[in-house]
Design a binder for this molecule. Sequence first.
Ligand code: GTP
Length: 278
Amino acid sequence: MNSRKRNAMQVMQQNKACVNRIIRALPPPFLRQATPYTLADFHPNVKTACANENQLLNVTLKVAKVVILGDVGTGKTSLVNRFVNQSFSNNYKATIGVDFEVERFDVLDMPFNLQIWDTAGQERFRCIASSYYRGAHAVVLVCDVTNLSTLTHAAQWLQDAQDANPGTQHDMMVMLVVNKRDMVNDTMFGIVEVKARQMCLSLGAEYWAVSAKTGECVEDFFRRLAALVFNAAVIAEVGSEIKQPAIKIGDGLMCDANGNANREAKKSGCSDNNSKCG
Ligand SMILES: Nc1nc2c(ncn2[C@@H]2O[C@H](COP(=O)(O)OP(=O)(O)OP(=O)(O)O)[C@@H](O)[C@H]2O)c(=O)[nH]1
């Protein structure tokens, strides 16, 4: 990382998120039938943790890493440029190794930085790029709507990312993005979409179709990605088990919301993890 980027990162962390980086409800998927992430909103424990600043201060979450992978020329850099700089260029300039951007969000009023790692699709840079896959919270597989082989190669790109993250404690989120939507008519797009959704099913990925050139769905895609990654990362910290408030029902007995009675630990002088307790 060069010092310019490092400084930019520090400034980002201090600055407030701009208005279109503020997320208060979970943004919807591209198609409800084409995602494994079917939650309707943020997990209740995530909402509770974010509403309770003290609880979130203990959470070691400030940044999440996303890697953008895919064949050469599918438009990975263009996608990131469209989102980060709201710009597009028709000129192709190969990514050498990797590049990255940091985007500052406010999710449920909590500051959250998304590190977006744009990797090289060219075979000769693959070795350098793959060393940056480690620790990814999400993988974005980018395909070109005009080139079906880029879709079939998505499986190999995902495999590479998984190989770089063996035995990760968190599951990596997987998104499959068909780019260059502006280049095909609806009939052609329909044919590609069927194949892309089949690929998503087999990879366990969420499906998106976008155009980095026109900007169609790019903002929606990254907002959804940031929100899902944030949700998963907070859950990894605070747990997904919903704690029901206990209700006292008399003489040391507590009852959980499902009506199961337990002896109150303090009064009986023991706890679940106290091995002296018979
Ligand atoms: N029409 C159209 N062209 C696009 C779109 N996205 C990217 N391109 C063009 O596709 C070419 C490749 O785009 P890049 O963003 O450089 O592709 P890349 O995947 O980053 O390429 P590598 O860095 O070599 O892996 C460029 O000429 C872009 O202008 C799009 O949505 N529509």
